[in-house]
Every structure is written in structure tokens, then in C-alpha cells.
Design a binder for this molecule. Structure first.
Ligand code: NAD
Length: 257
């Protein structure tokens, strides 16, 4: 596998793809720090692994993020790989979301990434190595009805990570931005409990989290920045860039409004 070094830090390690990545790297003999707001989820991820180290942290709080990164590095050594997984995904019409709810999503999904970046990336750059992985989404390329607030936060994640990559292109740090379609993790429940677009209902089944984690490895091996884990994700991105009007027409037709 493509990872060099011994220490991994994962936000959102208490569930879904963050949990999968944490347990995989622990099985491969790496030291893994997991940060999450969900203490029970962290404990479940770490159960049975003495190389997974949980930190209860809200990534919107920069001082807490900084403190836990410093503690993790003092205990485990410098971070060689970072997975920015933590996020939330309630869905609904933009004007039916309170401003606070839309802003909370941006605060966790985007500002949280900014906090973690400032706590981790300068060290990687100073050492001239490391892997920096952001989770955007296909929703960070393709807007739809009912997903606007989540999509806006993921467009921001994609733009921020792409710019970080280019601003640090000769730093020795490898960057990847992951843009999956729907993935079978607990995140989907948040969407389904709020508003679920027909585009997702009638689209392909969610892919397995393993497919995404494997796709990251392949992309990093090939020095590819964008990680589109399957052909649907690659197509979504192309159609959006080449035929945005036709895509919106299709979305309205499927949703029926
Ligand atoms: N599941 C999908 O369909 C899908 C598709 C595309 C992209 N993604 C992205 O992949 C990443 C991983 O998603 P997942 O499906 O594994 O989600 P998940 O819901 O299983 O896990 C997300 C974790 O983030 C944590 N979290 C939420 N707010 C936090 C905060 N303020 N501080 C710290 N931790 C916090 C949650 O407690 C949870 O454990 C996310 O960035 C998500 O947006 C997911």
C-alpha cells in the first residue's frame, strides 16, 4: 500500500469510512489517532485494537483540535497520513433550513477541515512528507434539489483542498480529494430522516465503504489528486462540467418539480 510512515490521524473515526480506515491501518500495524465528537462511536472503533487511540473532539473548536493533535503527536510521533472524514448531512430545501442549520453544516464540514488543516499540515510541510486526504463528495461537484446546504459545504471542501494542493505542490506532501457517490454508512440515515431526493432514491445503490478506501490507495499510488471511486462518480463530474443545463433539466424531471 502507498502509505509511508507509521502514524495516521482520522477525523470522524467513530463511524463509517473513518472507522474502516482506522481499523485497516491498525491491522496493518500502524498507530492510529481517531478524533470524533461521538465518544461511544470512538470506543467501538477502538475496541480490540491497542493501536487505535481515541480523542473526543469537536472539530469546530480549533483549540481542542490543536490540543489533541499535539497530544497524539507527543504519544505516537509525527502524523504521516490525515483523513478528514468528519461531517454531517441533513438534507432539505434551502429556505426550509434555518440559517443556523445551514451554517452549522458549513461549520463542521468546511470550517472543521480548516481547523484540522492548520493543526496538522504545517508539520507535514516542515517534514517534507505526509498524505493529506479530504472527503468532499460527488455532491461537491454535482448540485441537486434538497442537497444544497450539504453540497455547498462539499464544494468548499473541494476548492479548499485543490488550492492547498497547488499552493504546496513541491512540498513533498501528497494530497487527495475524495468524491464518492452515495456510500453505505450511517451518514445516509441523516439524509433519509430529513429529506431524500428521488435522484438518490432511484439512482444506483450506495457503494461499499471498502470501495472508497481502496480507491484512495490507488489514486495516491498514481499521484492522482481527485479520487472518483467508481464510473458513476467520474461521469457525474463530466456531465456537470460539460452539460450543466441538461443535468438540471434531468434533476427537475426526476424530482417532479
Ligand atoms: N456516506 C456517503 O454517502 C458519502 C458520500 C460522499 C462523501 N461522504 C463523505 O465522507 C466522509 C465520511 O462519511 P461517512 O459516510 O463515513 O459518515 P459517518 O456519518 O459514518 O461518519 C462521520 C463522523 O463524523 C463525526 N462528526 C460529526 N460532526 C463532528 C464534529 N463536529 N467533530 C468531530 N466529529 C464529528 C460523526 O460523529 C461521525 O462519527 C464525510 O466527509 C462525508 O461527507 C460520504
Amino acid at each position: 500500500m502507498a502509505m509511508q510512515g507509521n502514524v495516521v490521524l482520522i477525523t470522524g473515526g467513530g463511524s463509517g469510512m473513518g472507522r474502516l480506515a482506522a481499523q485497516r491501518w491498525a491491522k496493518a500495524g500502524k498507530q492510529v489517532a481517531i478524533l470524533d465528537i461521538n465518544e461511544a462511536g470512538l470506543q467501538e472503533t477502538a475496541e480490540g485494537f491497542n493501536t487505535i487511540h481515541p480523542f473526543v473532539v469537536d472539530i469546530t473548536d480549533f483549540q481542542s483540535v490543536k490540543k489533541s493533535v499535539e497530544e497524539a503527536e507527543a504519544k505516537l510521533g509525527p502524523i504521516d497520513r490525515l483523513y478528514n472524514c468528519a461531517a454531517i448531512m441533513p438534507l432539505g430545501k434551502l429556505l426550509e433550513f434555518s440559517p443556523e442549520r445551514t451554517q452549522q453544516m458549513m461549520n463542521i464540514n468546511y470550517n472543521g477541515l480548516v481547523n484540522v488543516t492548520h493543526a496538522v499540515l504545517p508539520g507535514m510541510i516542515a517534514r517534507g512528507k505526509g498524505d493529506f486526504i479530504s472527503f468532499a463528495s460527488m455532491a461537491g461537484w454535482v448540485p441537486m434539489l434538497l442537497t444544497g446546504a450539504y453540497s455547498a459545504s462539499k464544494f468548499a471542501v473541494a476548492c479548499y483542498t485543490e488550492t492547498l494542493f497547488h499552493e504546496n505542490i513541491n512540498s513533498g506532501v501528497r494530497f487527495a480529494c475524495v468524491c464518492p457517490p452515495a456510500v453505505a454508512t450511517p451518514l445516509l440515515k441523516q439524509g433519509k430522516e430529513t429529506a431524500w431526493p428521488k435522484m438518490l432514491q432511484e439512482g444506483d445503490d450506495p457503494i461499499a465503504p471498502e470501495e472508497v478506501i481502496d480507491a484512495i490507495e490507488k489514486s495516491i499510488d498514481k499521484n492522482e489528486f481527485w479520487v472518483f471511486p467508481n464510473s458513476a462518480a467520474r461521469w457525474g463530474n463530466r456531465v456537470r462540467r460539460m452539460f450543466p443545463g441538461a443535468l438540471w433539466k434531468h434533476v427537475h424531471k426526476v424530482e417532479g418539480w
